[in-house]
Design a protein around this ligand. Structure first.
Ligand SMILES: NC(=O)c1ccc[n+]([C@@H]2O[C@H](COP(=O)([O-])OP(=O)(O)OC[C@H]3O[C@@H](n4cnc5c(N)ncnc54)[C@H](O)[C@@H]3O)[C@@H](O)[C@H]2O)c1
Length: 392
């Protein structure tokens, strides 16, 4: 089998943990030459074994042939020395989420690659602009944010830094589109699209639970039954891991200058402190193997109240993201449907639910609690006044 001609032949992936290995697999399966570097040789060894296992299982499932598996595996060069990435055309960094450590690695990469090489970060929470400032020619720096597991999740957020030039945006977008990913473009603000807009799904659910309005089991059931979400908020947080989910919430909250909409919760903080991280440790909000599927009694009034409260907070967050030009209407809707599997885009959902109804529910909670977090998005209010929808 001959190599497909890729406009960008050589891709470096820095860090081969959960995300780096997934990104390396995608690039290898698109027949790029891939250079994977990790500062930990054991991580490199483990990643090599894992990739082989993944390819073997794809062969077993007849998704790829033996020949393809061999070819893809051979596309990956496992580098113990970072110098081996010097000829790459695109470098994607996926190391530990620590600004100082990332800064050091970008300083090294900067000395090795050509000024034309695009340098990207897969960071979930750091400012792309601050990372771009770590390299010379920052106009070739960009955020390319994959979702976990990268080979399976279709969405990729492209985040230009304020220094990034249009050529870098179009080249990065073209490469990732070739990898059959759905691309959305986001402004460089905390949480980009998905990690910002999804916050109320967790935060408002925990708030309702902490106030004793409904139990976690009831809330999970309500959001699945009424909203059609695949997982309830508590199941989902257990699945994601409380260390990860809490860290994202806390980072977004701090990065938004402690905006109370994003305030983290003590319930989740205590779980992290106890090491009850969810599925990966066997215990989070739920204890693993505890039956979560039994049907719980929820009266219809409670069901409607909980569903509408969480939904309206989500709709408000999506509308605010549009109002502040974080992304386009279509990209915000695409991001939530493809990045976190929401049953439909939130702006479309706002139209279907009724924008006036959404505004009056948010106003009710604002009047009730006198808290900033329930202040309705000005965009929603203006649209309700003008009786217009996001879509026609
Ligand atoms: N895990 C997720 O769900 C997820 C989703 C999207 C984005 N991200 C982002 O992707 C990045 C990586 O996350 P992850 O979950 O894959 O982490 P991980 O802990 O699984 O892997 C990190 C890897 O980086 C390596 N590493 C650490 N310091 C290094 C250095 N100085 N030089 C080279 N290698 C180094 C480690 O040995 C490890 O193999 C982070 O920026 C994270 O925010 C994570």
């Amino acid at each position: 089998m001959s190599l497909k001609k890729n406009t960008m032949q050589k891709i470096a992936v820095i860090g081969c943990g959960t995300m780096g290995l997934g990104i390396a697999q995608i690039a290898a399966m698109q027949q790029h030459q891939v250079y994977v570097y990790d500062s930990n040789p054991i991580a490199l060894q483990n990643a090599k074994i894992k990739l082989q296992k993944t390819l073997d299982s794809l062969v077993e499932k007849t998704k790829i042939t033996n020949e393809q598996s061999l070819l893809y595996f051979q596309q990956v060069n496992w580098c113990e020395q970072i110098e081996n990435i010097s000829n790459c055309d695109l470098v994607i960094e996926a190391i530990i989420e620590d600004f100082e450590i990332k800064k050091q690695i970008f300083a090294k990469i900067n000395l090795l690659v050509s000024p034309q090489c695009i340098i990207a970060s897969n960071t979930s929470s750091l400012s792309i602009t601050s990372l771009a400032a770590c390299v010379s020619h920052p106009q070739r720096f960009i955020g390319i944010h994959f979702f976990n597991p990268a080979p399976i999740m279709p969405l990729v957020e492209i985040i230009p830094a304020i220094q990034t030039d249009t050529n870098t945006i179009s080249t990065a977008t073209a490469i990732v589109s070739n990898w059959k990913k759905t691309i959305v473009q986001a402004k460089d603000t905390p949480g980009f699209i998905v990690n910002r807009v999804a916050r109320p799904y967790y935060g408002e659910a925990i708030r309702i639970y902490e106030e004793g309005i409904a139990t976690k089991e009831q809330i999970d059931q309500i959001m699945k039954n009424e909203g059609g979400f695949r997982m309830g908020p508590f199941e989902l947080m257990d699945f994601i891991g409380h260390d990860v989910n809490y860290a994202v919430t806390e980072t977004v909250w701090k990065a938004f200058y402690f905006n109370s909409k994003y305030t983290p919760s003590f319930s989740q903080k205590r779980l992290v402190e106890a090491g009850y991280l969810g599925k990966k440790t066997g215990r989070g909000f739920y204890i693993e193997n505890e039956s979560k599927d039994k049907l719980i009694e929820v009266d219809s009034e409670l069901s409607r109240t909980v569903y509408e409260r969480i939904l309206c907070m989500l709709l408000h967050e999506a509308a605010d993201a549009l109002y502040y030009k974080i992304a386009s209407r279509d990209d915000i809707d695409m991001a939530m449907a493809k990045g976190v599997n929401y049953p439909k885009g939130l702006l479309q959902w706002a139209d279907d639910f009724g924008i006036e109804k959404c505004v009056s529910i948010l106003d009710y909670y604002f009047d009730y609690y006198h808290e900033e977090r329930y202040r309705c998005s000005v965009l929603l209010r203006n649209m309700a006044n003008d009786r217009i929808n996001f879509y026609n």
